[in-house]
Design a protein around this ligand. Structure first.
Ligand SMILES: [Zn+2]
Length: 239
């Protein structure tokens, strides 16, 4: 990775030549500064960085602050992971199956090895999240006149839910790492899109009708969505 250096400052950056790009640009993301230059351009990337240095540094500070707030989870016996508002302790047990309990995440020792504890816990929580999300969809869909097509459970970086033009609903399983009100809000929100595609006044009125307390989950997401990161390493390694 090339380095840009100036008066004591040292900045790693990626350089990419792009056929599609019309103009040169700089992308600053979590842990990355990337200079994108049109294929045939003769622009000097270092000079371009220099010209935009103040902007890059302020962006970078924002992201560093964000990084500091990400949860540092340890996936070991005795450590806790939140799920629907309750901290659950990971317990490595002798049994034959993995199980989510009110206070515990039980992981069968015999299966560790083929996959790490971290993977096993994720698989289990994702499966439970899928069940919970489907159940909430069922509950809220009784209150709304509109039929959904399919439900998909995903793991996008920052998207919590969506409703496609073909009425397929998608949810990020990690909404279940937050409190129940977050799950309820995201589910009610996407179901409301079956009737109102845009976030206009009618949309919010309808959402309030089917879920009067929606603001609590909405506010939580606005302030604390960084807590929905399952693992910091995973989050940083994804594009
Ligand atoms: Zn929406």
């Amino acid at each position: 990775m090339p380095k840009f250096e100036k008066s004591g400052l040292c900045l790693d950056y990626e350089l990419r030549k792009s056929e599609k790009a019309k103009n040169a640009r700089i992308d600053v993301g979590v842990g990355v500064v990337r200079v994108v230059i049109p294929e045939k351009s003769v622009l000097d990337p270092e000079r371009f960085l220099d010209e935009n240095l103040d902007w890059i540094l302020s962006k970078k500070r924002e992201y560093d602050k964000h990084l500091d707030r990400l949860p540092e989870r340890v996936f070991e016996d005795g450590e806790t992971i939140p799920f629907l508002g309750k901290n659950r302790e990971i317990r490595i047990i002798d049994g034959n199956s993995h199980e989510l309990k009110q206070k515990y995440i039980l992981i069968a020792k015999r299966y560790i090895g083929e996959k790490s504890i971290k993977d096993k816990v994720r698989d289990l929580l994702k499966k439970e999240a899928k069940r919970e999300i489907k159940e909430q969809v069922k509950q809220f869909s009784k209150k709304i006149e509109g039929n959904y097509n399919k439900i998909f459970i995903r793991n996008q970086k920052t998207k919590w839910g969506s409703c496609s033009s073909r009425d397929n609903l998608s949810f990020n399983w990690r909404i279940c790492l937050g409190p129940k009100k977050v799950l309820d809000y995201v589910v009610a929100h996407e179901l409301t899109h079956l009737k109102h595609r845009k976030h206009d006044r009618q949309f919010w009125e309808e959402l309030e009708r089917i879920y009067p307390d929606y603001r609590e989950g909405y506010e939580w997401l606005k302030k604390r969505s960084h807590e929905l990161v399952y693992s910091k390493e995973e989050y940083l390694n994804r594009k």
